[in-house]
Ligand binder design. Structure first.
Ligand code: PRP
Ligand code: MN
Ligand code: MG
Length: 186
């Protein structure tokens, strides 16, 4: 991981800023779901960092499930065609579901996912996304909790990848043009 930091052009959101924002979002979620039990649905793989930190910041009783979806797209953009790589293990019928995402880019993944999950009849269905690119959104998705609105540059870190790499960086930043040209590296 330290080696990967050399490929970062500009840090957009620091590790401290992420921690602070997640604590604030957790407080909001706790207030909104008082007296209820949450089912967090993390969208693999990007959301693993948010899930780990958010779930531990919440005081609301919760259980966790994961879905893995993949959009048929290039390394740096998504197409809106989504396939389920790993489905939920259990029914979400009657549950208060909070979908946890790292980022909303075009919104296509989430739009598809919400439609899919809604058909399983949860009691409620909301979304928490740590990052959102307002300029890149092409479909309107109703997102209850947003961490940061960021410019529509290609960014990595804190779960976000470039060809599966850079997810473990503790901050979010852009890649240098050299690193993009070189391609994802081990
Ligand atoms: C990324 C990101 C979101 C989605 C956002 O996932 O984690 O899930 O793209 O893009 P969209 O709003 O344009 O649909 P990706 O498909 O790269 O899979 P990953 O989480 O495993 O990296
Ligand atoms: Mn993802
Ligand atoms: Mg990805």
């Amino acid at each position: 991981p330290p080696q990967q930091a050399a490929d970062i052009g500009e840090v957009l959101v620091t590790a401290d800023e992420i921690a602070e924002r997640i604590a604030a979002l957790a407080a909001k979620v706790d207030a909104d779901y008082a007296g209820r039990e949450l089912l967090l649905v993390g969208v693999l793989k990007g959301a693993v960092m948010v899930m780990a930190d958010l779930s531990r910041a919440l005081r609301t009783p919760l259980t966790m499930e994961f879905m893995a979806v993949s959009s048929y797209g290039s390394a740096t953009s998504s197409s809106g065609v989504v396939r389920i790589l790993k489905d939920l293990d259990r029914s979400i019928e009657g549950r208060d579901v909070l979908v946890v995402e790292d980022i909303i880019d075009s919104g296509l993944t989430l739009s598809w996912l919400l439609k899919n999950l809604r058909s399983r009849n949860p009691a409620s269905l909301e979304v928490l996304a740590l990052f959102r690119k307002p300029e890149a959104i092409t479909v309107d998705v109703d997102v209850r909790y947003v961490g940061f609105d960021i410019p529509s540059a290609f960014v990595v870190g804190y779960g976000l990848d470039y060809g599966e790499h850079y997810r473990t960086l503790p901050f979010v930043g852009t890649l240098t043009p050299e690193a993009i040209a070189r391609g994802p590296r081990p």
